[in-house]
Write a protein of this length. Structure first.
Length: 201
């Protein structure tokens, strides 16, 4: 029985979100900790060609480092007209890890002359669970369909710049303006995590 598990992220907003989906394990007595709890600042090179490879790289790296079962994720924005860009470069679309506002401005600039019907996009995530002791590896993926708005929402979520531009197709609302109930129903990370936990249990 797993007693402690690492959610391998430095992003506190992401950690809180993942905690929502991992409640079934907490209810079974599994203690969930973050990289910040362990004062780990190291990061592996994200050299994967897609989200799945990067999630796997991170899960392997942190599980071997801590000797703990680890869940890691990688994800971002895929814009159809740009053949899936920024994809794995979502945080570094400008060639470096830019601020939320820089990424929002850059995305709107790239799409400045693109009409609504050509602004289709997806938010996608890949999750990987890895236990270095048992060498168990499990994976799940999920995505949300929508399109990129012409201006940002008035309620941006820190750490998630693209949500301020992403209109969720199901609700025709900015991701940032979804109610808690709507968010929990469509959140791709939570959906993938719940399926991952079922594989583990």
């Amino acid at each position: 029985m797993i007693k402690k598990m690492l959610l391998a992220t430095h992003n506190q907003a992401k950690f809180k979100e993942l905690k929502l989906g991992i409640k079934p394990l907490e209810e079974k007595g599994v203690k969930i900790i973050s990289l910040n709890d362990l004062a780990i600042k190291d990061e592996p090179d994200e050299i994967g060609k897609d989200f799945s490879e990067n999630a796997r790289l991170k899960a392997y790296y942190y599980s071997r480092l801590t000797k703990l079962p680890t869940i890691a994720d990688d994800g971002g924005l895929l814009i159809d007209i740009f053949n899936g860009e920024p994809g794995v470069k979502s945080k570094r679309w400008l060639g470096y890890e830019a601020s939320d506002q820089e990424l929002i401005k850059y995305t709107l600039k790239r799409l400045a002359d693109i009409p609504k019907d050509k602004r289709t996009a997806y938010l996608q995530t890949s999750l990987c669970y890895y236990d270095s002791l048992s060498e168990t590896c499990l994976e799940e993926q999920e995505k949300i369909k929508g399109y990129i708005a012409f201006k940002p929402s008035g309620r941006p979520t820190e750490g998630y710049p693209y949500r301020a531009l992403f209109i969720v197709e199901k609700y025709n609302k900015y991701y940032d303006e979804l109610t808690d109930k709507e968010h929990n129903q469509i959140n791709h990370r939570i959906k993938a995590l719940k399926r991952l936990i079922k594989k583990m249990c």
